[in-house]
Design a protein around this ligand. Structure first.
Ligand code: C5P
Length: 302
């Protein structure tokens, strides 16, 4: 076998309700994940020991060593399956790093699928999902793709019905934001009484109903992200980026996950193309991408 190629998608949280900090350092979540058409690929080839390379969008800030989630995915699968951790791994990125799009989680999910095929471990999707949850809260969703409700720290998934594709423009602004820093800022704002405590998790029902109906304006109305206020508190210029998106005709705009990516919802595909062109010229985003979702999770493409 010369090698296997797996692609895995970015995600947007169309609903992200965050509860109080748990004793284990994570927050209880009620989230709705949507996989969108921006993909990283991981190629796995036979090798001796592990080797890793990273190319593409943001490759300069992604470590190509054992601290990379892909490396940890390889060690975890090798230990679980009882096979030697021998592979040459290459990550080709189009999902920006530290952007709130789960790029690192996509890479880890892709690595699990690629190495399962390369090593012939024949782990089922269920087995891979258990390993994925050990790697990170978002990794099980990157594996599953589509659209799903996430509970626990985000890793406990249940299926969600989406009647239609939705069309988005992702605006990536400035430097990356650290996920723990954004959660920490939420805790700080809550402790200072500047945000509600979060003991009542924001319900996902409005966004689930909007996805079932498939009407973009209903989805626009229902979008919710508890991490948006702390992301804005750490990065004030995100407010301008959100306004730029709605001024340019987005049905709604919100911060994706822990940010700093702005996810602008368009009413249809032609509107998304126009919105992307307007936002590319607005001077507030480093990169602008028109995407759609739901799309499948990590899967073999070669
Ligand atoms: O699970 P993952 O490694 O992606 O989480 C990164 C960090 O984000 C955690 O260490 C924690 O600080 C924060 N986090 C959280 N609650 C979650 C998920 C992540 O506080 N449900």
């Amino acid at each position: 076998m010369t090698g296997v190629v797996v692609q895995a998608p970015a995600k947007v949280n169309v609903h992200l309700g965050v509860g109080p900090l748990r004793p284990d350092g994570f927050h209880e979540l009620r989230t709705v994940y949507l996989a969108v058409s921006l993909f990283d690929t991981v190629t796995a080839r036979p090798g001796e020991g592990l080797a890793l390379s990273v190319t593409g969008e943001g490759a300069d800030v992604v470590p190509a060593d054992r601290t990379n989630l892909v490396w940890r995915a390889a060690e975890l699968l090798s230990a679980a399956a009882g096979v030697p951790a021998d592979a040459e791994l290459a990550i080709a990125k189009t999902i920006p790093a530290a952007a709130g799009l789960a790029g690192g989680s996509a890479d880890a999910a892709a690595a699990l699928v690629a190495l399962d095929a390369l090593w012939g471990t024949r782990a089922g999707r269920e087995d891979l999902a258990v390993l994925a949850a050990q790697l990170g809260s978002d990794v099980p969703f990157s594996l599953a793709g589509g659209v799903a409700l996430g509970a626990g720290r985000g890793e406990r998934l249940s299926p969600v019905l989406a009647r239609a594709q939705s069309h988005w423009v992702l605006g990536i602004a400035g430097e990356g934001l650290s996920t723990p820093a954004v959660y920490g800022e939420l805790d700080r704002l809550r402790a200072a009484g500047r945000l509600p405590e979060g003991t009542d998790l924001a319900p996902a029902e409005p966004v689930l109903a909007a996805l079932r109906s498939g009407v973009p304006d209903e989805l626009a109305e229902a979008l919710h992200n508890d991490l948006q206020a702390p992301a804005l508190s750490l990065r004030a210029e995100l407010g301008r980026a959100l306004r730029a998106a709605t001024d340019a005709g987005a049905a709604a705009a919100l911060v994706s996950g822990s940010g700093p990516t702005v996810a602008a919802l368009a009413r249809d595909e032609p509107s998304a193309v126009r919105l992307a062109a307007a936002l590319a010229g607005a001077g507030v985003f480093r990169t602008v991408r028109a995407v759609h979702g739901p799309v499948p999770g990590a899967r073999l493409i070669g």
